[in-house]
Design a protein around this ligand. Structure first.
Ligand code: GLN
Length: 302
């Protein structure tokens, strides 16, 4: 495994020059686009790392997975999907087009509009500190903290998400005020994680919500099944279809450069690589996953 990971890392590193780090959140533009790290945790307790697997970066949209899981645990699937769709949008993650048109609700919980709606479900029930605690537990990482610089940087430049939030409010989708929903959404995006924390979360999901280390059921099986299905169909935004065909591993990306992947029943994979393709997905991460999927027959239909 270590040998395969080292090889995968080299492949990932070879393409970092083809992308760019995110700059629409000013603080994210400080990332070094040549950094790449990968961590794999498997269902028999193995943990393998290569490259910058311990470097901290903001979780960004991968927090949508955590928040969806929490909302499902709080309210159940019918209530959550009564307000938010489960279809891939085919649009960019921050698209406003369909919502500004006649769509009555967000397409799915993995695009910004859907995740802001999910945050509005959670905000009346749980504080940010409680969400932080849950994230730490799901990622097996007590060192996760709010990256204040990234949080303030996004808050100061988030007109688009604010516009999305007002549209959601106008359509009766929000369960709390715009400011409350946005604050929780952006704070969750600004949590500092590592590739290793994401691999841990991936393994938790691969293992049906049961923590491998002590057998504790942290998430209900139905929650985990729904989350993995949505990751598979919507996790890579408007690149989700092609990724499902070529790689076939349920994955969620974030513009901080993270990727969270779940190989059902077998392993969790966490990747860091802040050089992004045009759709906002880690370019090295996609290359690494393509390689690992082919080498280890990880495609969901292999
Ligand atoms: N916080 C980011 C935003 O709302 C998350 C986007 C992402 O990771 N794709 O724009």
């Amino acid at each position: 495994m270590q040998h395969i990971l080292d090889k995968a890392l080299r492949q990932g590193r070879s393409v970092t020059g083809l992308g760019e780090v995110a700059s629409y959140i000013p603080e994210l533009s400080k990332a070094d686009k040549n950094h790449v790290g990968v961590c794999v945790m498997d269902s028999v307790g193995g943990c393998f790392e290569a490259g910058d697997a311990e470097e901290r970066f903001t979780i960004q949209s991968i927090s949508k997975v955590v928040s969806l899981a929490v909302a499902l645990e709080l309210y159940g699937m019918e209530a959550v999907f009564g307000q938010i769709g489960m279809e891939p949008s085919g649009d960019a993650f921050n698209s406003i087009v369909k919502l500004a048109g006649d769509a009555s609700r967000p397409y799915n919980p993995m695009v910004n509009s859907g995740a802001i709606a999910v945050a509005s479900f959670i905000a009346p029930e749980l504080t940010f500190d409680e969400m932080l605690e849950r994230t730490r537990e799901m990622c097996g990482d007590p060192d996760i903290v709010l990256n204040e610089a990234v949080y303030h940087s996004e808050m100061a430049t988030t007109s688009r998400n604010r516009a999305i939030s007002y549209l959601l409010e106008s359509k009766g989708v929000l369960r709390c005020g715009v400011d409350e929903a946005l604050e929780l959404y952006i704070k969750m995006c600004s949590l500092n994680v590592t590739a290793r924390s994401l691999a841990y979360l991936g393994l938790l999901l691969a293992n049906g919500g049961i923590r491998l280390q002590d057998g504790k059921q942290l998430l209900q099986p139905e929650t985990v099944r729904v989350v993995k299905s949505i990751m598979h169909t919507c996790g890579m935004y408007d690149g989700s279809g092609e990724f499902a065909v070529r790689v076939g591993v349920p994955t969620k990306s974030g513009v901080g450069g993270g990727l969270l992947s779940v190989v059902n029943k077998r392993m969790g994979i966490g990747i860091f690589g802040p050089s992004l393709d045009k759709k906002g997905n880690s370019i090295a991460g996609e290359k690494i996953l393509q390689f690992l999927s082919a080498q280890m027959k990880l495609h969901v239909f292999d």
